[in-house]
Every structure is written in structure tokens, then in C-alpha cells.
Design a binder for this molecule. Structure first.
Ligand code: ZN
Length: 292
């Protein structure tokens, strides 16, 4: 899974980003902090989001603060960038689970560091569960798992998000950044109809292999996995607890990918891996053979 020969594979022809990433001879060791749940450091997303607001204003991104509750200051931050002649329109979100702070930090870093390719339009929610992240817990303070609420939409977070983007569907791609406290390596879900086969997920994993430790388990979270890829069936009538990806697929987004970094590693590594995978995913939209 992590050999010299593999480390030299998978550099996309159009991308410098993987060439520049440090290549390690061995994968980092797990920290051993995740015992029955995420045990790593927590992150207060507030200062990072405040900084992102200032950055967005300087770089002509549009920002919306969506109030979650009239009686509190809690809000959801949404950022958009529209360009004439954009090749594609992409939705990205992170921090839907408050115990997955690297997802939010990675997405913010990609924006501020110019890591998002400039020929796409973007709609970005860098922290969908800011109140949960403040408490380092997966759910909202009310105990709701937002990523199970996209059919019934009982939470203000999901309601505000979907109201804000209602007129912008469909996107060409939707990427959902997550972390998994139990995982040993990076993996992703590619959502698909029963009759289709994975289109981009395998290319993305191939591109990052050697730069990111990829999960080798053949069974992840109750699903069959192959070299870090879970081909997740989209059965909208079979599930009542729709995750975010189901909603976007339901609204016509053809490529819905959930990126999962293993969270029992140093935060800076997890952020780095999510950044690489996100960039590879964006590149795959214009070059589906990125990893070959
Ligand atoms: Zn998650």
C-alpha cells in the first residue's frame, strides 16, 4: 500500500500539486488517541472562519452568513465564486460532523492558499456544523446528525444550506469532506446508480496513492471497499436518513464524492491529505484519467 514504486505513480500530467507534496518513505504512525471515538484535538472554527471572511472580501468571493437562530449569533458561512466561461460548477462542504475538524481546516486552506483551480465556479460551506465543532462532537448540540437529515430537513443548518443554494442546482460535482475516527487510511465514497460503475473515484485514489496512506480494508462502515473506494448505491427510496450526497444526487449532480481522511493521525497530515484529494477530485472533472 505504501511502497517506493507506488509513491512514484499517479502524478497527474496537468498538476504540479502532487509533485510538490512531500513524499515519505513510510506512512505516519497512528496516534492511538481514538478509542471509541475521536480523541484528537478540537478546533474552534470561529477564528478560522473570521479570517476566511476577511480573505474572501479581499479576493472578490461573495459571502453569506445564514442565521441559524434569531436568538443567537450562530450562523452558517457560505462562499461563492462565479466566473464567466467557467468550465464547471462545483459544490464543496466540510465540518458537517463537529468531530472532523481537519475537513474544515483543509477547505479553508485550499481557498486561502489558492488551491482551488481558477476555471471553475464554486459554492462552499466550510463548516456546516460550527456549534458541534466547538464542542468536538459529531452531532449538533441538540444531538442531530446533520448528515442524516437531508430528506426530512428538520435542522436549521440543513434548511438554511438548502434554501441558499436552491436555485443553483445542478452542480457538475459535489465534494463532501469528512474524517473517520476508525479508519487506518484514506478512502472515499462515490455515489452511483445501481447499474453504473465508479467513474472518478478510482482515478482520484490512484492519483493520490503514495502521497496519502490509502485504506486497505475490504470492509468499511458496513460496505464493501476496494483499494479505498466504496461504490455507494444511490437508492433514494430505500433510505429515509439521507446524507448530504443523496440530496445532491437527487437534485441532479452527476458526481457526488465523499472524502474520508483517517483522523487518528496528526491534524496537519489529515489537512494535507484532504487538500490533495480535493485537488485531485477537481482535476478529475476535466481529466477523468488523472490517475492513470
Ligand atoms: Zn463525517
Amino acid at each position: 500500500m505504501w511502497s517506493d514504486s507506488e509513491e512514484r505513480r499517479g502524478v497527474p500530467p496537468d498538476g504540479q500539486f502532487l509533485k510538490d507534496s512531500p513524499i515519505k518513505a513510510l506512512p505516519p504512525e497512528k496516534l492511538g488517541l481514538n478509542q471509541g471515538g475521536y480523541g484528537g484535538e478540537g478546533v474552534n472554527p470561529g477564528p478560522f472562519l473570521d479570517n476566511l471572511s476577511r480573505w474572501a472580501a479581499r479576493h472578490a468571493w461573495e459571502e453569506k452568513q445564514l442565521a441559524l437562530d434569531a436568538g443567537s449569533e450562530a450562523s452558517l458561512a457560505a462562499f461563492t465564486k462565479r466566473r464567466t466561461h467557467a468550465k464547471a460548477s462545483v459544490f464543496l462542504s466540510a465540518g458537517i460532523h463537529g468531530d472532523e475538524p481537519a475537513s474544515t481546516l483543509a477547505l479553508i486552506a485550499l481557498m486561502e492558499e489558492g488551491g482551488l483551480r481558477e476555471d471553475f465556479n464554486y459554492t462552499i460551506f466550510p463548516c456546516l456544523n460550527p456549534r458541534g465543532m466547538l464542542k468536538r462532537r459529531r452531532e449538533t448540540p441538540e444531538g442531530k446528525d446533520l448528515n442524516r437529515d437531508y430528506l426530512h430537513r428538520s435542522t436549521l443548518e440543513v434548511q438554511r444550506q438548502l434554501e441558499a443554494i436552491d436555485s443553483w442546482h445542478p452542480f457538475d460535482m459535489a465534494l463532501f469532506l469528512h474524517e473517520d475516527w476508525e479508519a487506518h487510511g484514506f478512502y472515499l465514497y462515490e455515489l452511483m446508480d445501481a447499474s453504473s460503475t465508479p467513474v472518478l473515484g478510482r482515478s482520484i485514489l490512484q492519483a493520490i496513492r503514495g502521497h496519502v496512506p490509502v485504506e486497505s480494508a475490504s470492509w468499511i462502515d458496513g460496505r464493501t471497499a476496494c483499494d479505498g473506494l466504496i461504490a455507494a448505491p444511490f437508492g433514494e427510496t430505500q433510505r429515509k436518513d439521507w446524507p448530504e450526497a443523496f440530496f445532491f444526487r437527487h437534485r441532479g449532480t452527476p458526481h457526488c464524492l465523499t472524502l474520508e481522511a483517517p483522523s487518528d493521525f496528526p491534524l496537519k497530515d489529515r489537512v494535507h491529505w484532504l487538500k490533495l484529494a480535493t485537488r485531485a477530485a477537481l482535476a478529475s472533472l476535466v481529466d477523468p484519467a488523472i490517475g492513470s
